[in-house]
Write a protein that binds this ligand. Structure first.
Ligand SMILES: *Cc1c(COP(=O)(O)O)cnc(C)c1O
Length: 378
């Protein structure tokens, strides 16, 4: 699976789901404790000031829990969007009835620190900034340090959707001055889907009491119960948690965030150079490209048909991902999950065969796509 979560998981991770667990049982409670501790250990210096609160559901539930719990009812959030996940966060803020200022940079252009600083200076009523670390729609790694610096300088609070980056791209919330961030089980830690987690400053969690619009998504309430009883408030995804513990063990054995990030970066470099060799071009210039997922332009050759390309890749064992650009046709290849650069070499070979089957002579993108690409350089 060349998809950015759910993704390809290891045999060992899948096998961990063969045992049943009682949610109230001491062994499962101990597992929940280890889960929280091990996730906190990944955030580096200053981790003592933070705590980790797992939340049932997919990643979006954790985003909603973070926004609903930490933004007070009279708060106002500046959402920095450059793709579908940023827009989803803005939609979440609207649902919650919190104040919203949306900066929509379109399909992929990154929100920059100076823009954030200007908006915050203009609107003192903004209390929080929400940034997307890796915007999985395009694969861009947003400039989180400059966004954090501008937010810090203006004395506002930073919330980060680090869903698709955490575990492979370093994130040090204490250095950034980040109040809270979220990720989920089925991204770079390589677990199966079923829960997300919020990592937040303890002081923020304590102050969040009574803020939340939702019973099941209340981070403070979930945290208070976990602290007191060791249990999740409502039925936890027991098998998913057991699988995640195995995934975390493999993450450690591999060498942690640095090694995971290096493997994904090699996956990316292998697929990008191989696909460029076939004539394909990437949406993003290399310096913006995350090691998580890569957007390629569809070739301009009239013989190219994405549906056929998809099926031809699938027939060779690879599930790719449609693109999300509004301006030009594209598709995406995920670099995360239990796979290495040898697999990526086979992906390129499969793409070569798929093009030959369709009779595509050149995978070069249309001129409009290359014009698009220049915008980022500007
Ligand atoms: C995966 C992802 C989410 C959450 O999506 P779900 O479908 O709810 O799991 C949120 N933000 C980003 C950046 C993501 O990559």
């Amino acid at each position: 699976m060349l998809t950015p979560g759910p993704l390809t998981t290891s045999e060992r991770t899948k096998r961990a789901m063969l045992k049943d667990w009682g949610s109230w049982d001491g062994d499962f409670r101990a597992m929940t404790r280890r889960l929280r501790d091990q996730l906190l250990a990944l955030i580096g210096p200053g981790a003592e000031a933070y705590d980790c609160v797992p939340i049932q559901g997919s990643g979006s539930y954790a985003v909603e829990a973070m926004l609903g719990s930490f933004v007070p009812r009279d708060g106002k959030v500046l959402v920095l969007a450059n793709g579908a996940y940023g827009l989803r966060a803005a939609e979440t803020v609207r649902y919650l009835g919190r104040g919203l200022v949306l900066v929509d940079k379109g399909d992929y252009l990154p929100p920059r620190g100076d823009e954030v600083a200007a908006i915050l200076a203009d609107d003192p009523s903004i209390t929080h900034v929400l940034a997307i670390h890796c915007e999985t729609s395009s694969g861009i790694l947003n400039p989180i340090e400059e966004i954090a610096a501008a937010t810090r300088a203006a004395g506002r609070k930073l919330l980060i959707d680090a869903m698709s980056a955490f575990g492979a791209v370093p994130l040090h919330p204490a250095e950034l001055g980040c109040a809270a961030f979220v990720s989920s089980a089925n991204k770079c830690i390589e677990g199966v889907p079923g829960f997300g987690f919020v990592i937040a400053e303890k002081a923020e969690i304590e102050a969040a009491k009574g803020n939340c619009h939702s019973l099941s998504l209340d981070v403070h309430a979930q945290w208070a119960t976990m602290e007191k009883t060791g249990q999740w408030r409502f039925t936890p995804p027991t098998h998913v948690v057991a699988a995640f513990m195995e995934a975390l063990a493999q993450h450690r054995e591999e060498g942690g965030v640095a090694a995971r990030g290096a493997r994904y970066a090699l996956n990316r470099d292998t697929v990008v150079s191989g696909m460029r060799g076939l004539g394909f071009e990437t949406l993003l210039e290399d310096r913006w490209q995350s090691p998580v997922i890569v957007t390629f332009f569809c070739p301009s050759d009239a013989a190219f048909d994405f549906a056929r390309f998809y099926e031809a890749m699938k027939a060779q064992g690879f599930i790719i991902y449609p693109g999300k650009l509004t301006v030009v046709d594209s598709f995406r290849i995920g670099c995360i999950g239990q796979m290495d650069s040898h697999i990526m070499t086979r992906v390129v070979e499969a793409a070569r065969k798929a093009l030959a089957e369709m009779g595509v002579a050149s995978a070069a993108p249309p001129a409009a796509a290359l014009e698009e690409r220049k915008k980022l350089a500007a």
